[in-house]
Design a binder for this molecule. Structure first.
Ligand code: GLU
Length: 282
């Protein structure tokens, strides 16, 4: 029996899909079809402030128009917050995350004035956890905080496995990763807020994703995501980061710029086979 092959397209509904999304979805879908595997669609809508129902509807509409299909039910992250919360609680129980009461601005200032510069000791970048008495006071004052992953605690927890951390990029073999360079990343916020990295690794594991296929802009997410997989004892998928589609000026497609969405192309009379062809798919 051949190895299972499960991949996914995991857009965030924060804007209308553009050519870059079409390319990413087609890349993952085609890979699944070629491998005789499964293609999943996951809606990454944990950021309630930026996500909109009309953009989620546009994702379904555009992917159907492109000729893609996927397994139902679609996993919508906003419906599974308790899964991410459980992962965060597990990390907290193991002393791997701490509450950071600093604002983004304060963290940026701490980084700028860190004695070793931005690539120095990760704990120094956020000043690490507070003294317990100070933390109690801040909690009593009901101050907002972020849950940050302590790279120092993660390193201690993994022991020798920390130095050997690596990931598999399909076709390129195993590549080393160093999760500490980004400092103590935010994994959640006071209340129910969870951050992207945690939701992605929890979902990829729960959905038994074997191949994470996505744009190369997300390569920078790999070190933290691989670390989280190790800390939470989750299976490790193979990664395939594809090139990014650029516009006529050689810039990445961005949701912020108008025009050139899949809906615009459709309204201008383009047919799906033409878009698929232009993006290199038959
Ligand atoms: N939701 C992320 C995005 O829209 C993609 C996450 C992933 O593929 O790992 O950029």
């Amino acid at each position: 029996m051949s190895e299972p092959f499960v991949t996914r397209f995991a857009p965030s509904p924060t804007g209308r899909p553009h050519r870059g999304h079409a390319f990413s979805a087609l890349t993952a879908w085609t890979a699944a079809m070629k491998a005789g595997g499964r293609f999943l669609l996951r809606i990454e809508d944990i950021d309630a402030e930026r996500c909109r129902p009309q953009y989620e509807a546009a994702i379904y509409e555009d992917l159907i128009w492109l000729g893609l299909d996927w397994e139902e039910p679609v996993r919508r992250q906003s419906e599974h917050l308790s899964d991410y919360q459980a992962a965060l609680e597990r990390l907290a129980a193991e002393g791997l995350v701490y509450r950071c009461f600093r604002t983004r601005k304060e963290v940026a200032q701490a980084i700028a004035s860190a004695p070793h510069g931005p690539t120095g000791d990760a704990q120094a970048l956020t000043a690490g956890p507070l003294h317990p008495h100070e933390e109690d006071r801040f909690l009593e004052e009901d101050r907002p905080f972020a849950w940050r992953l302590s790279m120092a605690a993660a390193k201690a927890a993994l022991g020798p496995r920390w130095d050997g951390l690596s990931y598999e990029e399909d076709g390129r073999g195993r590549l080393p990763v160093d999760p500490a360079t980004g400092g103590d990343v935010v994994l959640g916020r006071k209340g129910l807020g969870v951050a992207y990295h945690l939701a992605v690794v929890v979902d990829d594991a729960l959905q038994a994703v074997t191949h994470v296929i996505r744009g190369e802009d997300l390569i920078e997410a790999v070190p933290v995501q691989r670390l989280l997989q190790e800390l939470l004892a989750l299976p490790e998928p193979v990664y395939r980061h594809h090139r990014l589609i650029l516009d006529q000026e050689g810039r990445r497609f961005a949701k912020r710029r108008g025009g050139e969405t899949v809906a615009d192309l459709r309204a201008a009379g383009m047919d799906p086979a033409a878009l698929r062809g232009e993006l290199g798919f038959s």
